[in-house]
Design a protein around this ligand. Structure first.
Ligand code: IPE
Ligand code: IPE
Ligand code: MG
Length: 252
């Protein structure tokens, strides 16, 4: 098998991104944090375009965590405003790129206006066959797992399933992103090496990539560096390296 085929094999189907560092990007420029968030939207638009061009199946981005409500009121309200204007300005073009948009997280906490925009974006793009773009808003990994437990408990209570039916596969079917390939590559910008309550269940076997680049500076070159790093990961899923090499030889 040639090198290109090997790279093709190692192309991630599903990339998840913690877009961190907007505030520091702005601070370095003596600008308000909101300017960093606005610049972050531009980087996000470019990332989506690049992933569509590279035929990535699924991209999941962390836009607002369940803990981000703790920020100053003014920052939270300007972020809400930015979500609204971004949805207004970007959805049409995403639709044209055949992107299917999904929102994960507890969206019920947002204003009616924002919830409507979210639903409209999902409805408009539902039948698109291109990349699946999941946007995590008011999302927390612990909320996600607890929410799955609640739905499963309700099914046990109603007699639809038995408690002995509960296993990892069933939990998988009830957490966010069920139905998508498991995340292959996690990217976090901003230099911190932590998950910050992102997809704690779904990241079990994901390759974790961290870069010091601040989110507004994350460009195609940065993405290519992350993908090049990913190509060289040996994904063993509990097996030995020899077993994996053997299986690769057989597949050639
Ligand atoms: C990420 O950038 C965006 C959101 C959390 C909404 P930050 O706002 O966390 O930027 P830093 O980490 O303060 O630089
Ligand atoms: C994670 O970034 C959340 C998003 C990027 C939306 P944070 O800036 O909130 O993470 P911590 O607080 O540094 O862990
Ligand atoms: Mg941050």
């Amino acid at each position: 098998m040639g090198k290109d085929n090997t790279q093709e094999m190692q192309k991630p189907k599903h990339i998840v991104v913690v877009m961190d560092g907007n505030g520091r990007w702005a601070k370095k420029r003596f600008m308000p944090r909101t300017a960093g968030h606005k610049a972050g939207v531009n980087a996000t638009r470019e990332l989506v375009k690049a992933c569509v061009e590279k035929s990535i199946d699924a991209l999941t981005i962390f836009a607002f965590s369940s803990e981000n409500w703790k920020r100053p009121d003014q920052e939270v309200s300007s972020l809400m405003e930015l979500f609204l204007t971004t949805l207004q300005s970007e959805v049409k073009e995403l639709h044209e790129q055949s992107v299917r948009m999904c929102f994960i997280g507890d969206v019920g906490a947002f204003s009616e206006k924002l919830q409507n925009k979210i639903r409209q974006a999902e409805d408009l793009t539902r039948d698109n066959t291109g990349m699946c773009l999941s946007i995590a808003v008011n999302y927390g990994g612990r909320w996600d797992v607890a929410n799955a437990c609640k739905i499963i408990a309700e099914k046990v209570e109603s007699g639809e399933i038995k408690s002995s039916d509960v296993n990892a596969e069933l939990v998988n079917q009830h957490v966010a992103l069920a139905g998508l390939p498991e995340p292959d590559l996690f990217i976090r910008t901003g230099g911190d090496k932590r998950i910050s309550n992102f997809l704690i269940w779904q990241l079990a076997y994901t390759e974790l990539y961290f870069t010091d680049a601040l989110w507004p500076d994350f460009d195609r070159n940065e993405l290519d560096q992350a993908l090049a790093w990913f190509v060289n990961r040996q994904r063993r899923f509990g097996k030995t390296g020899d077993q994996v090499e053997q299986a690769n030889k057989v597949n050639c």
